[in-house]
Design a protein. Sequence first.
Length: 519
Amino acid sequence: MVGIASTWSEITPCNVHIHHLAQKVKEGVRNGGGVAQIFGTITVSDGISMGHEGMKYSLVSREVIADSIELVANAQRFDALIAIGGCDKNMPGSLMAMGRLNIPSIFLYGGTILPGHFEKKDVDIVSIFEAVGTYNAGKITREQFKGIECHACPGAGSCGGMYTANTMASAIEALGMSLPGSASHSAETSDKVQDCLKAGKGLIPLLEKRILPRQIMTKKAFENAISMVMALGGSTNAVLHLIAIARTVGVDLRMEDFNRVGKRVPHLADLKPSGKYVMNDLNEVGGIQGVLKLLLKADRLHGDCLTVTGKSLEQNLRSVKDLDPHQEIIRDLAHPLHPKGPLVILRGNLAPEGAVAKISGLKKTSITGPAKIFDSEETALQAILKDQIRKGDVVIIRYEGPKGGPGMREMLAVTSALVGKGLGEELGLITDGRFSGGTHGLVVGHVAPEAQSGGPIAIVRNGDKITIDAERKELKLHLSPSEISNRLKKFKAPPLKYQSGVLYKFARTVSSASQGAVT
């Protein structure tokens, strides 16, 4: 008896086609000799919830997805599980459930969206958010703004660049929990249908051999996933989600592991948001399998890790062709975009437990400037749109962490408005919240401890000097230890913003961002 966890929903392009895929998976299970039952779990559209109170619920949905899959699978006593995800939180939520259940499992990615086209350029979801700032700055007309909006999402599938959905799909394939090649196949293709049939049929041998998720998701497998994220220039959210998944399977994955792996795995992929191309372009030149082969040949992966094929990663890659040397999407290791991985963990007196930055595509990786403090995303966005933010400022948005938000909102509306205003690389931004995979610029998120928990970010005042130095991996508040200590002694946490409901429950039970923000 095989459970098929479907995240089908009409509320997001990422998941609108997943019921069709679930039926194909069911067919594959039947072809393999099993009996399948489809059941539903939730999804939240990050794109639609972005920039307002709705984003507080996004990260919470990851926990609800994991809980609901665990509940149904255990209640029905399923022998095995396939989960199909599309939008950002579906994937880590599904993997967390698989880790808890520890029954034979395969994750299937719903696939990436094809790019839209407007005025002879490819456009996508982030193009819309950046157009807000561009239009506000008077650089495009109302008609152009509308045109970008109407052409950015031409069909089903997850956001097309190397944003969080494609980042996590790629990481999960490198982790060994998805079938080879499935992470880079677009949503509305025959390849994706074949992924479904193969996943359904391929689950039965895992059941017969008793190959379990905790045998696959080892420390070395997580290092492979991190290597993939670094090579692709993936989303900062990968840090949060991979740590969360690791905790469910008892693997001691820490923020420092990202810096350690990043030192030896360069940034190779010229993908959005900091580059030119989208996931569909990568698929056409060899996809995730081609990148894995490249990294394995360069001794940047653990080839002996077990995967859901029942074979090792190295065995899966033996028949994979090398990437075309003439393509421009993935560089070789001798000619990287950056010699080290673009995700870096910063520490310092402003973030004793760590913070996360992404330096891909940046000309400037450090800044020292005066702090401009905002206690919510909304107040920061209004200041940007009213031209109250200046070149050289270090913007701090706090009380947006897991507890303080609650829900650790992504700041895509803020960062995209800054890019649209032409300030993307002219200032720094620090938050105890998160950033979308579509964010780029000198931005630092996941600051821990967060403001609500009395972290040093809570006691920064307007005008205090702040340094962000991504090369030195430092986040510094230019105050004496005694001044910081005195301010912290006087700090009193404000009441939680919600006193009932799911956000109250989340705020009361959630861990630090440095521990994956799991409940």
